[in-house]
Structures are given as C-alpha cells and as structure tokens.
Design a protein around this ligand. Structure first.
Ligand code: ADP
Ligand code: ZN
Length: 635
C-alpha cells in the first residue's frame, strides 16, 4: 500500500505482529482520519491495539478512559515494554506521583494516557487536559455509560462533557458487549458525530461453549474432571458466593488440584498475592467470585468455568470470554444448578428501582433460556447481540456435537476425601500438549523441558521487573520460541510477539537461555506443595486450636473449616468431639434426623430449636453418616 504511514511496519516494529486482526486496520484508519468511531468487538478481538497504534503514529497523546485501575496499569506497563511512552493517573498514586505524570503529560511526553472516569470528573482535570496535546479520546468499556447495559456506571455519564469541552477532538468508543439499545445509547451519550461504526462478529471460533445442568452432589466431581482436562494450563473458576469459593478451593486441594481463592472478603495483601501467583503461572487454577477478572488480561487462559448461572448473557459472555484471548482453542463451561435461580431471584428482589428490577428479571429470563436451550450456543449469543449469522450451527459447542466426554457418566456418591485417590501428579504443571488446545497440524512439537526452562526464565524476569509474566512474553510467543529455537537476533525478530524493543531488551538473554538449555541446563523442580487442607486442619485440631483460630491461621471462614471437619468425620478420619457443638444440640439433631433423614440439612434445621446452628447440624450429620456406613458394612 502506498499511503503513508505504513501501518504494517509499525505493527511489526512495536508489537512484533505480522498481520492485523479483522477490523483493526479499518478502525485505525478512521482514527487517523480524526473521525468519531464506535467499535464493538468481542473480548480478545484486539481492541487496545486499535487506539494504541494510531496514538503511536500521531505523535500526540491519546487519552484513554478506562474504569479499571488494574487494567490501566497493566497496559501502561505493557506499552513501556514495547518502547511506547504511556502512563496512568488514578487514585492509587500519591499526589506527588500524580503531579509528576500530569506535568509530563502537559509537555506531551506520553503517547497514551489512561484516566479513570472519576479522575476525569475531578476538579481542574479539564483545565489541565486543555494543556495536553490530545489527539483523540478513547472510551474503553463504553457500555458502562448506558443504563440498559448490565454494568451501568453513573460516573461514565460525565463523559458527555468530553464533547462539550473539546468539540474539536474525535472520540472513539470501545466495548465487547453491547446490544443494539446500548450501542444507540453510547452514540447518544457521547454525542458522537456521524461516527464510523465497526461491529465485529460475536462468534468466537476458538471458544467451545459447554452448558450442563448438574446436581449439587455431582457438580464438584464434574469440576474436578473438567480441571483434569486442563492440567498445567491456566483456568478461572467462577463461584457465586464467597463461601462457595472457599469450599471449592478446599475440595480441589483435597483432590490434589492446586487452586487459589479470590474474593472481596480476603485480606487485600493475600488477594493480590493470589492474583499475582495466577498471573505469573505459579498457580494455575484460580477460584473467584465475579470480583475477579475485571481488567485481567491474561492471553493464555484455556478454560473459564462457571459454577452457577450468571446474571445475564452479557455478563456470561464477558466472563467466559476471558478464555482464549490468544486465539487458541479454549473452553467456556457453565455448570449450573436449579437452585441458582433462588440466588438470582434474591438479588433481583433486592433492587429497589422498579425499572432496573424489571430489566434484571428480563436478563435472568434470557440467560435461563440460553442455559436450557438445545440450539447452537454461539448462534444464540450472536442473536442476542443483534447479529444474524448466516450459519445455523457452529459445529463447536456442546449442542453442535462437541460435547466433551467428561460431562457424561458422573457417579452420584462423591465422598469428598475419597477423591484424593484419583489425584493429579504432584507436578501439576506442564505444557499445553493434550486436549484440544493443540497447535496447528504439521508444526513441530515444542520440547516440554525447554518450555519449562523458558517459563522459569520468564518468571524471574517478571519478578525482577515487577510485572506479570505475560507482559515479558506471551505464552504463544514462548511456545513459538520453543519450536523455532532461533539462533541469532535476526531469527529471533521473526518470532511473532517479538518487536524491536523486546529484541533489544531481552534478545541477548533469550538467545543465551536457549544456548544454556542446549548445553544441558534445566528448570529447577517446582517446590513441594502445601499439605492438603484436611491435613492442615487435622494438625491444628490436634494442637488444640478452636475452629475460629484455624480459620484465622488458614485464611478461611469458620463455616469452611466446619465443612472440612465434617468431611473428616464423615470419612472416618476424625471422631466428633461434643465440645464442637452447642450444648444439648446433639440429641435434638439426632432425633430430627430419625424423622427427616440425613439428606437435606434445611429440613433438619426446621425441626430443631433456632439456637442449633447449621454448623452443629453439619457435624452431627457427618457423624451419623459415618456410623451408618460402619453399620451398613458390618450388617
Ligand atoms: P480486547 O481488549 O479486545 O479484549 P486485547 O486488546 O486485550 O483485546 O487483545 C487481545 C490479545 O490479542 C492481546 O494479547 C493482544 O496482544 C493480541 N493481539 C491484538 N492484536 C493482534 C494482532 N494483530 N496479531 C496478534 N495478536 C494480537
Ligand atoms: Zn454451536
């Protein structure tokens, strides 16, 4: 192409990528032509590049409004790694830091400047911005501006002032999730002028949707089976409540699957640490509430598993869409239960605004229909977002015949502790090799030991630079390195994902690491795992600790500790100690069990005085189940 600038050359030089993804180039050209632009593109489609590349070329500053502090910092760090000056202004900085950034911005030193909507609304911001050589505004997560959207943020409404304050500057809006109504609202609120609109397809070919209704008793077993498919790969598991986050982590650890929890009630330091361990591939499975993942931009996530019905298709699409951002095959698994409706209804009833409550019920109806449907999942999602695919079947979802084997044939009886026997190998960490996350046919197999060695190198590098591992090198780049084994800088620069700056900064080290490996160097064996939760709890009980103390020491809620103890009792590894339960509660519970059976704790709860807690009941029921089992055996 003759017209300057040569976009492909810039793409290659800074990003190390060899071609544009669909629609990226058009969006970039619209922005370079200073046109208002609205972009709807699924997660992983490559939206950031659409505003970053024109910012690099323009020589001016693109101001990016983003609701997520973590994302802003992450992107600024990634850009710095590529040699593109960028900064973020947010509430986490000291005022001195903030001032420094603002001064540099006024001198035009940044190509990209990230701001939160609150910052934009703050006093003096517009005055300062008028001194910055702004090229255009990019509004990320633009659906937050609409109350028809599922993530309405009132502070986004401030953004309509961009147009009035800076009438000459173009505005670009980006979102991964917008129904027609929301799209319309975005254009209106931002007062866009004859915008160029780009709507990419919501069909994400590399994602396999699998939706399965399960029973409470089999859900965990299914989860365990699913996770075994992704051993060694990064997975996110979404749990509806904090309590179920913890119970799920305990269950998985009992089954020999290392997992870390993430939820709002954890201590901030621990939460951050867990997130970082997951980001750096030290922990592969992260179990979180939906608080996790906003602004998380890890490319190589092989599965996102939901343990309950989300509140809407939009929410589901966004969360599930965190799988497979690198464009390689990934699974989106929804394991739901009938009782999820109860929780959703509860949330809906809490909404005081009538109109919003009605919108929420409608969202729930739509997602329930989606879960029950026998039609193509990809198609259902496209239709929901106002797109009419020309095809009927994607061929890749559960309803199009791609139902994985592990979903069927679940046994019903799942004693928690017995699951240990079918545990993972202790080195629960390896290469993407098995399953359907495979490389294109014909490509030489990457050497697992080499990949492990390069991962170790990357981990150290990430630690030194205090950035997530994927900011140093994406998994796809790392794997490509293993296959191509470049011997010199020229060959290294041919590897997708190695731009000029990366080659400058890390090139020599990467080549050295490859040589070291060739001469026999190997990654250090990974550290021994922590003992399983039950072992830790047993030890602490033997030390005479109370449930509260154990909860504190293990960073778990008391109810989670009680569940672990109940499982130990049920499996016969521990005897019930009367001092664990409320005085006199045991005979009352036992009497209630005789009448109601030991299946449903709620029935028992209704039959005993209110002071008897669920925890009391859990422990006594576990004791009775253990005794029944012994009796059944000897009878
Ligand atoms: P989105 O914001 O739309 O979810 P991102 O901007 O985070 O997507 O991009 C998703 C991933 O795709 C990132 O890892 C990014 O580096 C990568 N990517 C973007 N554009 C390209 C391209 N043209 N070629 C290869 N990888 C790309
Ligand atoms: Zn399908």
């Amino acid at each position: 192409m003759s017209d300057a600038p040569n976009l492909a050359a810039v793409l290659r030089r800074y990003w190390g990528y060899h071609e544009f993804r669909p629609k990226q180039e058009n969006v970039i050209r619209s922005l370079l032509a200073a046109r208002d632009t609205c972009v709807v593109m699924p997660t992983g489609g490559g939206k950031s590049l659409c505003y970053q590349l024109p910012a690099v070329i323009s020589g001016k500053t693109a101001v990016v409004v983003s609701p997520l502090i973590a994302l802003m910092q992450d992107q600024a760090a990634q850009l710095a790694q590529m040699g593109i000056p960028a900064a973020a202004i947010n509430s986490m900085q000291s005022s001195a830091e903030r001032r420094a950034v603002m001064e540099k911005a006024a001198r035009g030193e940044y190509r990209l400047l990230y701001l939160s909507p609150e910052r934009l609304a703050a006093e003096n911001t517009f005055e300062w911005l008028s001194k910055v050589p702004v090229g255009f505004f990019a509004v990320d997560e633009a659906h937050c501006i609409s109350e028809w959207g599922h993530e309405f943020r009132p502070d986004y409404r401030q953004l309509s002032r961009l147009r009035t304050q800076f009438p000459a500057l173009p505005i670009a809006a980006f979102t991964a999730s917008a129904t027609r109504q929301v799209r319309h609202d975005i254009l209106k609120q931002l007062q866009m002028r004859k915008p160029d609109c780009y709507i990419a397809s919501f069909h994400r070919e590399n994602l396999r949707y699998v939706v399965h209704e399960c029973e409470a008793r089999t859900q965990m077993e299914l989860l365990g089976r699913a996770l075994r498919q992704y051993a060694g790969e990064s997975v996110i598991v979404y749990s509806p409540t904090i309590r179920r986050v913890e119970e799920t982590v305990e269950f998985l650890e009992e089954s020999g699957i290392a997992a870390v929890p993430y939820h709002a009630k954890m201590e901030a330091a621990m939460r951050r640490q867990n997130q970082e361990r997951w980001m750096s591939d030290e922990a592969r499975v992260l179990v979180g509430t939906i608080a996790f993942g906003l602004g998380i931009n890890k490319p190589a996530v092989r599965a996102v598993i939901h343990l309950s019905l989300p509140k809407s298709i939009e929410q589901y699409y966004q969360e599930a869409g965190r799988a497979g951002r690198d464009g390689r095959p990934a699974d989106c698994v929804l394991l739901w239960q009938k009782r999820d409706h109860v929780l959703l209804d509860y949330f809906i009833h809490q909404i005081s605004d009538d109109a919003e409550r009605e919108r929420s019920s409608e969202r729930k109806r739509v997602i329930s229909r989606f879960a029950d449907s026998h039609g193509c999942r990809q198609r259902a999602i496209c239709l929901h977002f106002g797109e009419t695919p020309k095809w009927e079947k994607c061929g890749g979802c559960d309803n199009c015949g791609a139902r994985p084997e592990w979903v069927s044939n679940v046994s019903v009886e799942v004693p928690l502790v017995a699951a240990r026997e079918t545990s993972f190998p202790s080195t629960y960490r390896s290469l993407p090799k098995s399953g359907h996350a495979r490389m294109p046919a014909g490509a030489p197999e990457a050497d697992p030991a080499l990949a492990e060695y390069l991962r170790e190198w990357r981990r150290n590098m990430a630690r030194e630079n205090k950035v997530p591992a994927y900011i140093i090198l994406h998994d796809s780049t790392l794997e490509e390195l293993c296959r191509r084994k470049p011997a010199n800088l020229g060959q290294l620069k041919q590897v997708p994902g190695i731009g000029e700056k990366k080659a400058d900064v890390y090139g020599a080290e990467i080549l050295q690491a490859l040589r070291n490996f060739g001469e026999g160097a190997r990654a250090a064996p990974t550290v021994a795992k922590e003992p399983a939760p039950a072992e830790q709890t047993l030890r602490l009980l033997r030390e005479g600790r109370s449930f509260e103390e154990i909860g504190r020491l293990r960073a778990r809620q008391v109810s989670t500790v009680v569940s672990t103890v109940a499982n130990l009792i049920e499996s016969g590894r521990l005897k019930l100690d009367p001092k664990w339960i409320s005085p006199d509660a045991q005979p009352l519970i036992e009497a209630a069990c005789l009448e109601k059976g030991v299946e449903r704790l709620r029935d028992i709860k209704e039959a005993v005085p209110p002071y008897v807690s669920f925890e009391d009941i859990k422990l006594v029921v576990a004791h009775l189940r253990a005794e029944n089992r012994v009796r059944a055996k000897t009878a």
